[in-house]
Write a protein that binds this ligand. Structure first.
Ligand code: SF4
Ligand code: SF4
Length: 446
């Protein structure tokens, strides 16, 4: 195992102090049940789902309400039972709108989940893959890549390692740590199912060293499995990124433009593994998730709620704002998006909601670059964030291409270390998308 990822950063003393202040110590997860859910039809990478219900319909919890014919897509399910009130454009975390199904919760939670667990050990891999696809699982670490696509691996590729990602990619988030403390055996069963699909690779679980309870729970649960290793990682961000985890755990580099499967590795977030367990063993689709609600709220906590719960309701459940809110971020401080309305619903990838009041929004106020080079040192992809940012703002996309903007993994490390608080990750991600779009356009016109 390598000592640390290329680039990356540890928290500076003021950020360490802020992290300490925001730390959540919770024995059990709080559960919130909203009166209504707002379920977006696009909450995964790939084609958006199309609605297959109508206003006025009664839906069971877990019933498919949206799907697509495209292979890279994910089914969308009702997260509560009740009446479909509307299908409408509704705010999303990108400050745009998405087609969204609104359901009034009847609190009956009427569903067709199994009452005894399915014996996956004897089942065919094709059947298990179908169950995963039916459950609409998309990476719960935030990437939201459809899980059934991840397991559709060409047989010529030998997978020797399945990595279970227990490293929250960002500071201030505790959802995965709490899940590991509370549901280690279910996460491991999900990983064993995935191992069967991948023809028995080694399983390595990577967890950062600031999560001792999660490490203890996972170690205790895996002692009888000789093919599972729990590795403790340094708390350096962004170790939880896919390529970075492969680098630090296996000392292998994923070549630019290639997938981890090309070098024999599949990664899955611990929360995704839990969802896979529920889907295969209980026919329960991905309809709930743990979300960390922290920062300047009265009672920071990890909350379990149905997908489609409004951010504002989760903040209210956490006791409401402390002071005048200045910033509300969906996700973590590095990769999350600042939202302009609290009517944004949670999705399959919503791992956190961060609230900052005026005392703490110094983290986000942009100033001119002082050319300190810290962003370059932190970039795990060895890019020049300050220069890409500068050229992108000047509209010079050729230069952005020359500087390999497309290799950016949007990890947010550059933004987080920048003393001038430049919004680097956002501009570089835009630069990456612009360069890719221009190349595609040029190819079509050739
Ligand atoms: S870290 Fe910020 S201030 Fe320092 S060089 Fe990069 S962009 Fe400029
Ligand atoms: S340029 Fe991209 S990959 Fe590099 S630190 Fe910034 S967000 Fe991460």
């Amino acid at each position: 195992m390598k000592k640390k990822v290329t680039g990356g950063f540890s928290l500076s003393p003021p950020l360490k102090a802020l992290k300490k202040k925001l730390e959540i110590h919770q024995q059990t997860v709080s559960v919130f049940e909203p009166n209504m859910v707002f379920i977006p039809l696009s909450q995964h990478i790939g084609a958006p789902a199309q609605p297959i219900v109508n206003p006025g319909d009664y839906v069971k919890q877990g019933q498919v309400i949206g799907e697509s014919d495209a292979f890279v897509s994910a089914k969308v399910h009702a997260s509560v039972s009740g009446k479909v009130l509307d299908i409408t454009e509704w705010p999303n975390q990108n400050n745009q709108t998405t087609q969204t199904i609104v359901i009034e919760n009847d609190f009956n939670y009427d569903n067709d989940f199994l009452s005894t667990p399915f014996s996956w050990e004897e089942a065919s891999n094709d059947l298990i893959k179908k169950k995963i696809q039916q459950a609409g699982i998309a990476g719960k670490g935030g990437a939201t890549f459809p899980t059934h696509v991840k397991f559709a691996i060409d047989d010529t590729k030998k997978i020797d390692t399945l990595i279970l990602n227990g490293a929250e990619c960002e500071p201030f988030l505790s959802s995965d740590a709490l899940l590991m403390e509370q549901a280690a055996s279910k996460i491991i069963e999900g990983a064993l199912i995935a191992r069967k699909l991948l023809h028995d690779p080694l399983i390595i679980i990577g967890i950062e060293d600031d999560k001792p309870l999660a490490i203890a729970a996972m170690k205790k649960t895996t002692t009888s499995y000789p093919f599972i290793q729990v590795k403790v990682l340094p708390t350096v961000y962004p170790t939880g990124g896919e390529k970075q985890l492969v680098e630090v755990l296996l000392d292998r580099e994923v070549p630019l433009g290639k997938l981890t499967a090309d070098i024999g590795v599949v990664l899955m977030n611990v929360a995704t593994s839990f969802a896979l367990y529920e889907a295969v063993c209980w026919n329960k689709p991905l309809i709930n998730r743990y979300t960390t609600v922290t920062g300047d709220v009265q009672q920071p906590q990890v909350i379990q709620s149905p997908i489609g719960t409004l951010a504002g309701e989760l903040i209210d459940f956490a006791g409401g704002f402390q002071g005048a809110p200045s910033k509300v971020i969906l996700g973590g401080p590095m990769m999350g998006r600042t939202v302009t309305t609290l009517r944004v619903p949670t999705t399959k990838g919503s791992n956190g909601i961060l609230v900052f009041n005026e005392d703490n929004d110094w983290l986000f106020t942009e100033n001119p670059c002082i050319r300190c080079n810290k962003c370059v040192e932190a970039c795990p992809m060895r890019l020049m964030p300050l220069s890409i940012d500068q050229y992108f703002r000047a509209g010079d996309y050729d230069k952005c291409d020359e500087l390999l903007a497309e290799a950016c993994i949007s990890c947010g490390a550059c933004t987080f270390v920048c003393p001038a608080r430049r919004n680097l990750a956002a501009t570089i991600t835009e630069a990456k998308n612009k360069v890719s779009a221009l190349k595609k356009e040029a190819l079509q016109n050739a």
